[in-house]
Design a protein around this ligand. Structure first.
Ligand SMILES: [Zn+2]
Length: 308
């Protein structure tokens, strides 16, 4: 969870400078965790479990509406294990004004997502701050934002797609989960939301992982080749031992006898190395040809002597 917390804390420190983006981010806060309350709709509440997110919501509201009265409430659960921080805009006029502007902001553009790219980035940052999490990239590449409202999940999905990034949607325990799995796309989103430290950390891990994978691939590939070579050499030595036991190597034609002798003396030599040891030197295909003949000879002898 540490990486997720670090990312959230970093995003909580990003305060957009443009009014349009502040409103877009506030609209994400409202849609995911906000309520218009009271008999006369005199309270507009934003709830969050993270005090630093509450601080950010307050800063964004204060930046947009410096004169509106606000209040911050904190309620701890009885077990003291969880807490809810509420940022409240007080008064019917103020709450109504903020609510109205958020509503207008949240229905701009196609699929209800903000029309301007700067605002879509701010909107997703707000959504992530309220309901997002990201897995430590050492484990796996996974970023998600959860909500119980299907229209909202579709909007978040559309906002991610609008930035040319891949995302999917699934259900988990009655909630809808918008998730991303591609390391490159998650990195891009971190950058677009303004989580530059998290992005750096994420990319470092990604580079290390990629290098490790490459090294593993190379090692596996080489090991496989070595295994094959050794197995082939062992089979050749078996053939040679068989011929020696049944008729004796001296019965082989001189050309085959030389290869057989060299192979037995140098079980780990490559075909090329065997060729270089011969006088005169022999090409790989020449050595292979003679080894095939030895194989053939051994097969014939094996048929004649089924017990061996
Ligand atoms: Zn904007």
């Amino acid at each position: 969870m540490a990486f997720s917390d670090d990312t959230r804390q970093e995003l909580a420190r990003v305060i957009p400078s443009a009014r349009c983006c502040r409103l877009a981010e506030l609209s994400a806060f409202y849609e995911l965790s906000g309520f218009l309350l009271g008999r006369h709709n005199q309270f507009l509440d934003f709830n969050t479990s993270w005090p630093y997110v509450a601080r950010k919501i307050l800063l964004v509201i204060k930046g947009l509406y410096p004169d509106l009265p606000t209040q911050v409430l904190m309620v701890r659960s009885r077990s003291r294990r969880s807490q809810v921080c509420t940022v409240r805009v007080l008064g019917r006029a103020g709450a109504g004004q903020v609510y109205q502007e958020i509503k207008e902001q949240s229905v701009m553009g196609q699929a209800g997502i903000p029309r301007k790219k700067c605002c879509r980035r701010a909107y997703l940052r707000g959504a992530f701050l309220c309901a997002g999490s990201i897995t430590n990239p050492e484990r796996t590449y996974h970023l998600e934002i959860t909500t119980e409202q299907s229209r909202l999940a579709e909007k978040i999905l559309a906002a991610i797609w609008s930035l040319d990034l891949e995302a999917g949607m699934t259900q988990r325990k009655g909630s809808l989960v918008v998730y991303m799995k591609d390391g490159g796309d998650i990195a891009s989103l971190l950058g677009l939301m303004g989580a530059h430290s998290a992005l750096l950390q994420f990319e470092n891990v990604r580079v290390m992982k990629e290098m490790r994978n490459q090294v593993n691939r190379l090692v596996n590939c080489e090991t496989a080749n070595v295994d094959k070579t050794v197995q082939a050499a062992m089979a050749q030595i078996e053939d040679i031992e068989l011929i020696d036991a049944v008729i004796g190597l001296e019965e082989l034609p001189p050309k085959l006898r030389e290869v057989a002798r060299l192979r037995r003396e140098h079980p780990y030599a490559s075909i090329q190395e065997l060729g270089e040891m011969m006088t005169p030197q022999l090409s790989k295909s020449g050595v292979n040809y003679r080894l095939r003949q030895i194989r053939e000879k051994a097969r014939q002898l094996d048929k004649l002597n089924p017990k061996s």
